[in-house]
Design a protein around this ligand. Structure first.
Ligand code: ARG
Length: 506
């Protein structure tokens, strides 16, 4: 077996040590693997198994999650106008499409699964790449998880509190329980986690279909009055307000770059990657447009802006005795998304610490289950803190602000590499105007809210990113490690039954 009981941290990279090497002389986890049918040191060979259909399904499956069930109210509240909200919904779809097309060039040029990490490495070198993995493990992934679990909780408690506002403590408690459940699933087995993923993806399509059909039915009955006044005039939008309204909308579209994490597995990527994007993202945009229209076919603008769980309100108005279907479908959909997000987060953490960019312990896997338990637990702990101290809206702002700094960075990487690596093979080449547009929009999205309405969240996010540099120099660049880290690592190894591995996980 390729498992090594490694008692060191920092720059020790004896990754391929012989079976059961004991640096520390306590237990030999290699023994426990005898007879196990998984051969841990067989590198997993990535097969090209993602065709056009699975590519589209992957994009649609990650993009549709919690956002379309929570963002419409927030967006309406932030803009004060149906017309402007609608335009922003569509603009978010367009921006995601353009961003994803630029990512298609990056992803076919450098096919390694690290996505942004790999592009930053190519274009700007180590420190920005490190900052990306630092921020995505500490901020981006846990906040995605926290937002989705809070949305799950809202929908899970809503049917029990009728139409009044559910107590905050209850929502947070349910969100925490859901984090623990998802953590358990992902620590228990990789197979279980992927099965949950596949089954639960269907639920969100069902939820969307119910809403769209219900809305269409109401419209056919002539219920169009809420749609007829786009009331641009009533708009409360300022430039900064519009940027944060974009944050809310863009959250629902986040995940548009997800195919870039599996480029190595796509069949004929130079054709199928852009094609999946061109089909998948407009499909999601269309769904979101129809859902928004459906909501307004059933409730008024102010009802929608005030609703805590807009899909539940929708169900109560329209589905009569079947109203329970809505919260059920949405909780299943969000649970599935949170599960998928933690699944990916575990791999990300794993990849980053194998580069020596995070604590070694975070890349270890459980001796029998092969799940990257330490990384998963680490993410969940941060997500728990975020659930305790944040709200859905503040976390969405916090997330989107940080994410768009890096999406903008990826556009810059593309533009820079057109100059620094003009002859590198580019199987798919995006019109250069596209990354420029996305870069300018992302700069606006990041700067406008700070100027218009400064919030602590932006300061925290900025501080997190900069703190990354303070960690990078001593621990990554100069290779120091803390003296007591070895002991902690060994202690955690014994408690969690985890070991380093040479297996690749992608
Ligand atoms: N768009 C999704 C939602 O509305 C969130 C996706 C989170 N991002 C991700 N890469 N998993 O819930």
């Amino acid at each position: 077996g390729g498992l090594v009981w490694r008692g060191c941290s920092g720059n020790c990279d004896a990754e391929d040590g012989s079976a059961g090497t004991l640096a520390d002389g306590n237990a030999n986890p290699g023994d426990k693997l005898e007879g196990s049918d998984a051969a841990p040191d067989d590198p997993v060979h990535l097969k090209r198994r993602v065709g056009l259909f699975s590519g589209v399904a992957l994009i649609v499956g990650t993009m549709i999650g919690s956002g379309i069930f929570v963002s419409p109210s927030g967006l309406l509240e932030r803009t004060g106008s149906v017309g402007i909200s609608f335009i922003i919904w569509m603009a978010c779809g367009l921006l995601s499409l353009l961003g994803a097309l630029a990512y298609a060039e990056l992803g076919t040029m450098n096919t390694s699964s690290g996505a942004e990490y790999a592009y930053f490495m190519d274009a700007f070198g180590g420190p920005p790449a490190f900052l990306f993995s630092w921020v995505s493990t500490l901020v981006l992934k846990p906040s995605q998880m926290a937002i989705i679990c809070l949305s799950f909780a809202k929908y899970a408690v809503e049917p029990f509190v009728s139409e009044c506002e559910p107590p905050d403590a209850l929502v947070k408690l349910v969100a925490l329980i859901s984090i623990v459940m998802i953590l358990a699933v992902n620590c228990y087995s990789v197979n279980l986690a992927t099965n949950v993923q596949n089954i639960f993806t269907a639920a969100k399509l069902v939820a969307i279909a119910i809403i769209v059909c219900g809305g269409a039915y109401k419209l056919i009955l002539g219920n169009t009055r809420h749609l007829q006044e786009p009331n641009f005039a009533s708009s409360t939008a300022t430039l900064g307000n519009i940027a944060t309204a974009f944050y809310t909308g863009l959250w629902a579209y986040d995940g548009w770059n997800n195919l870039n994490y599996v480029t190595e597995e796509i069949k004929n990527p130079s054709k199928n990657l852009p094609l999946s994007i061109i089909i998948g993202i407009p499909l999601v945009t269309l769904c979101y447009a129809l859902v928004n229209v459906s909501y307004l076919a059933v409730m008024s603008v102010s009802e929608m802006a005030d609703s805590e769980a807009v899909a539940v309100t929708f169900g109560n108005r329209l589905l009569g005795p079947m109203a329970w279907l809505m919260p059920l479908a949405v909780t299943i959909s969000t649970f599935g998304s949170a599960n998928g997000t933690l699944f990916v987060a575990g791999r990300l953490c794993f990849a980053a610490s194998r580069e020596g960019h995070l604590l070694d312990i975070l890349s270890y896997v459980h001796v029998r289950r092969f799940t990257p338990a330490p990384g998963l637990i680490f993410h969940s702990l941060i997500a728990v803190a975020m659930v305790l101290y944040g709200t859905i809206d503040s976390l969405i702002d916090f997330f989107s602000f940080t994410a768009w700094i890096f999406y903008g960075g990826a556009m810059l990487a593309l533009i820079v590499m057109r100059y620094t690596k003009p002859h590198a093979p580019r199987p798919y080449k995006v019109p250069i105007i596209i990354p420029y547009i996305v870069l300018i929009v992302s700069a606006y999205l990041v700067v406008a809210p700070i100027i218009d309405k400064p919030q602590w969240e932006y300061l925290y996010a900025g501080a997190f990113i900069l703190a990354g540099l303070l960690v990078y120099l001593p621990f990554v660049k100069w290779g120091y490690s803390l003296p007591f880290m070895d002991k902690i690592t060994v202690f955690l190894q014994m408690v969690l039954e985890v070991v380093p591995t040479s297996t690749t996980f992608e």
